[in-house]
Write a protein that binds this ligand. Structure first.
Ligand SMILES: [Zn+2]
Length: 63
């Protein structure tokens, strides 16, 4: 996993940008785990995490 990647504090989306590409919130380098959501409608984990789009997400983001 590239060290540059950051995760959104709001929606957990993983990005290499300095703000979230999904919701525009603040991102942090302090995150763990990696989840790739391909079919969010059919993913129980995505539903539990409140993910409403396909993409790459962190499992844990430090506030
Ligand atoms: Zn976000």
């Amino acid at each position: 996993m590239p060290k540059k990647m950051k995760a959104c504090k709001n929606c957990n989306a993983v990005t290499s940008e300095n703000e979230c590409t999904l919701c525009g919130s603040e991102v942090t380098g302090e995150w763990q785990g990696y989840l790739i959501v391909l079919e969010h409608e059919h993913s129980e984990l995505a539903r539990k995490m409140g993910i409403k789009t396909n993409g790459k997400f962190a499992l844990k983001v430090r506030e």
